[in-house]
Design a protein around this ligand. Sequence first.
Ligand code: BGP
Length: 452
Amino acid sequence: MTALTYSSPFPADFVFGVAAASAQIEGAAFQDGKGESIWDRFCRRPGAVHDGDTLDVACDHYHRFDEDFALMASLGVKNYRLSLAWPRIYPDGDGELNPAGLDFYRRLFASMKKHGITPWVTLFHWDLPQSLEDRGGWTSRVTVDAFARYADTVVKAFAGEVKHWITMNEIRCFTLLGYGSGTKAPGRKENAAVVAQTFHHALLCHGHGVRAVREFGGAGAVVGLTDNCDVCIPVTETPADIAAAQAWFLEKNAHVLGAMHAGRYPEVYLARMGADAPQVLPGDFELISLPTDHLGLNIYTGTYVRAGRDGAAWEAVPLPANYPRADSPWLHIAPQSIYWATRFCAELYGHKSLYITENGCGYNDEPVVNGEVLDLHRRDFLRNHLREAHRAIADGVPLHGYFLWSFIDNYEWEDGYQRRFGIVHCDYATQVRTPKLSARYYAEVMRERRIL
Ligand code: BGP
């Protein structure tokens, strides 16, 4: 237990940062030899993405990164979580290397260095090369082999520039939603067994990412997964509701955090899946359970849980219709998610170094009026969530950093450009950037390193 009180600063080594991802901001979707990604294909499928928005230009970060890093630096941002576009580097996923892709990121890292910003690099944030999808995508081990080679290439290439690595972003999103419900690219609706297999292959890629960093990352390199664990909040902070929430957490996260921790799929998951459980080959779990240095959590919302009234281990409490929400339909506002997710990851799986690698809120149309965007709702969201991060640290949870999603409004996948998550407004017609009120607020928090 530290003696941190509400008004005291965050610990001196606590990392404040912002996050974004290649496909969502870069644009230049077919430039300098970049291959087609599954999102470049999916966004052209009628009805798949809001208004048929494409990733072709996005925030044009590909051409404006230097200006964007200057803006970050002016706000006092010192840490930026980004991802590399696999199809820029291997246009077909495997096969020929595209040197122009590596060159782009070399220039980008040089610009970050010039502006005093440390990169936190995610190897895979959903832009799978379409060529691999044509050969089975995440259902096939071809993708695992291709990823292993891609990870080796980029870790070797950037070992000098990058010390903080993240293997995969939100495995369950790009597998369950990409191959199950089909709402995300590649938009397939497969049965439960196929989806479970995509999921297993993604875990293997996480393992290869860890292996690649250990082999080629050089001195001081650290690596971990970013997971969007299912999060719950005990309705009252009593032993009975906390125990119920723990039981819920263990059950819902059995197939990612539980599997990595145990070095096998836990019984509760295997029993739930029955004949649909993934096929595991010898050696798979040696890779999947390689020790990591940190765990990243993307936390947006949470489920309220209490002790089961009929003797069940837990009971989820349904949300009333008028419970507060952001405009993203899935995002009801539950700041305590940060506290309980980090605390449970430390308590239940023994994680010793946790980061919030994403947290933020999506709203529709936020107009610029007289040069300002007065997004008080985002400022409140941010403040309430930071309070819970602070509280976790005060209670001894090893939470070492917070990355806000997102630095700039961007392509929000199937929601296209209608949903805005940025603390910086992007005018997609002119590419003018306008820091919102929330950016000014966060800049002050980062400067003073305490909740304001
Ligand atoms: C996370 C993704 C981000 C970002 C964010 C906002 O799941 O890692 O890439 O998009 O969610 O959510 P969404 O765009 O799905 O509304």
